[in-house]
Design a binder for this molecule. Structure first.
Ligand SMILES: Cc1cc2nc3c(=O)[nH]c(=O)nc-3n(C[C@H](O)[C@H](O)[C@H](O)COP(=O)(O)OP(=O)(O)OC[C@H]3O[C@@H](n4cnc5c(N)ncnc54)[C@H](O)[C@@H]3O)c2cc1C
Ligand code: FES
Length: 486
């Protein structure tokens, strides 16, 4: 699978070394939108901040996103309302409006390429239209200036649509570069290629601090923030209450022009569309085909089907990039931004954005920074209800028995000797063939081969490993065991 379209421009944050043995106010783990905005906000309030990133700035979903910034998010507002009530949907909408306003301001101040666009959710069939009506009702009940369309002037199938005007889109890599620069300007040190492998809250009262262990060294901090998309290092209820979804995006050169807007379908497979103005003309994005990480077969065909869609409805569209990335769906349906149960109030986590974390990150970061300073957060994503959570849990955990059975079956495989653990053999991009243990080092689930990415993917919490076992993304913090000699 290729690299994200956005990666055509490099991000070169000022190079900083690991703060070996130092004590700082805040260690932020992860340099995506959540981590960098948190670092920026904390530094602006006078904190000394270090960001530790396992790979490079924007290596996670942030450098691979569609980059729509919108309060209309498919049919999420009516879904949240139906699970948790209108007040929670209102809080969620307000937190996302806060994100949109924050980004509009940031992009203007820092010259990040961005545009105002209408957001449109569309439906093709009768059931989709009825779901769409529920979204429209919720938007109206929330007092948002939504418009209903009985038809839509677009080249792809759409029988009805809801529109929310004056939403936003941006270039995420320009935004990441600007965030890194702005943070560095306030004294934030960003250390790339430094994976955090342990966080321990220690001491009491005035002495309370977090010990941070990474593969680059150790340091201590008054507080730590996990901005790691899923809660790295966690093996408890927080990580267990999220599902990783991998989805696919393609970019096309398309001089034909798309009616201005950012589009998303109600029906599955989801189709998400936007354009990117470039000096060489319009680029069209078509995304979708998401699935739970580590569960889909034929992943390579997911890009093919997006290409076919674009070639059918946008004749002349020329494929340039195809890539995939993942984000996490929490059982509450609401992003999480708060303390980890094991962190004695000093380790916070923000994530679980259900693929809307560019829009949600400013609110999530603001909530954490307020809490770490002992202030009442100014925004909130709303409160989940128990009945709503129970209802979502049924679908999140529906395939758990099958997953457990698959893991037990793999663990029981006794070949090849001398190990009792299952072993997989695969060839990486560089042609090297490797044999690796196939039980996830995070919590022991059986890994599945992802042919599109040539990676071993975990169906439980979304950790991913290269063909030769190198950890690509967490919550795991270590590589797979190599068995080349066996
Ligand atoms: C295909 C796709 C399309 C999307 N489209 C949109 C959209 O249009 N609009 C929108 O609002 N949102 C969208 N999203 C969601 C959005 O991109 C994400 O929610 C957001 O980027 C998450 O940012 P983050 O900083 O929390 O996580 P990430 O960007 O994933 O960053 C986490 C970082 O933590 C690092 N890390 C992990 N573990 C460790 C460790 N142990 N030590 C050190 N570093 C570590 C990772 O390397 C990574 O760089 C989309 C997501 C996907 C997958
Ligand atoms: S990511 Fe948790 S078991 Fe694999």
């Amino acid at each position: 699978m290729g690299t994200s379209f956005w990666r055509r421009t490099p991000i070169d944050p000022p190079a900083d070394g690991f703060p070996e043995g130092e004590h700082v106010d805040l260690v932020v783990v992860g340099a995506g939108f959540t981590g960098l905005i948190t670092a920026l906000m904390a530094a602006a309030r006078g904190s000394s901040v270090v960001v530790l990133e396992a790979h490079t700035v924007g290596a996670g979903a942030s450098g691979a996103t569609t980059a729509k910034v919108s309060v209309l998010q498919g049919t999420r507002l009516s879904t949240i309302r139906s699970a948790h009530g209108l007040d929670t949907a209102r809080a969620y909408a307000e937190a996302n409006q806060h994100g949109l306003d924050w980004w509009a301001d940031f992009c203007q101040v820092h010259g990040v390429d961005s545009q105002r666009r209408r957001a449109v959710t569309f439906a093709k069939g009768r059931r989709g239209i009825s779901t769409l009506r529920e979204e429209m009702t919720t938007l109206v009940d929330l007092g948002l200036p939504a418009r209903w369309h009985d038809s839509l002037d677009v080249p792809f199938p759409a029988r009805a649509a809801v529109e929310l005007p004056d939403q936003f889109q941006l270039d995420p890599v320009e935004a990441l570069a600007a965030l890194a620069l702005a943070a560095a300007g306030l004294g934030v040190r960003i250390v790339e290629h430094s994976r955090v492998t342990g966080l321990k809250a220690r001491g009491q009262g005035e002495d309370a601090h977090v010990e941070v262990r990474s593969d680059g060294g150790t340091c201590t901090a008054r507080n730590a923030v996990l901005a790691t998309a899923s809660p790295a290092l966690d093996r408890g209820p927080t990580v267990a209450s999220m599902e990783a979804e991998r989805s696919y995006l393609c970019a096309f050169e398309y001089p034909g022009g798309l009616p201005s807007g950012m589009y998303g379908s109600v029906e599955s497979p989801v189709r998400s569309l936007r354009t990117v103005p470039t000096p060489g003309g319009e680029v069209l994005f078509v995304g979708g085909n998401g699935h739970r990480t580590g569960t889909a077969r034929g992943t390579a065909s997911r890009i093919d089907s997006l290409r076919e869609y674009a070639e059918k409805y946008f004749p002349g569209a020329e494929f340039t990039h195809g890539w995939s990335a993942q984000d996490f769906h929490p059982v509450t349906l609401l992003p999480r931004s708060g303390p980890m149960p094991w962190g004695r109030g000093r380790v916070h986590f923000a994530g679980g954005y259900s693929k809307w974390g560019l829009t949600g990150a400013p609110a999530a970061a603001g909530i954490m920074v307020d809490r770490l300073e002992g202030r009442q957060p100014r925004v909130s994503f709303g409160k989940p209800t128990l009945t709503g959570v129970l209802r979502t849990s049924v679908s999140l955990y529906a395939d758990l028995p099958a997953q457990l059975a698959a893991t037990a079956a793999q663990a029981a495989v006794r070949k090849p000797r001398p190990t009792l653990r299952p072993i997989g053999e695969a060839t990486g991009d560089d042609g090297e063939t490797c044999r690796v243990g196939l039980l996830c080092p995070h919590m022991g689930a059986a890994l599945a081969w992802n042919e599109a990415e040539r990676s071993w993917d975990c169906p439980w919490h979304g950790s991913r490993f290269s063909a030769c076992g190198e950890l690509l993304e967490g919550p795991a913090t270590g590589d797979l065991t190599r068995h080349d000699e066996a």
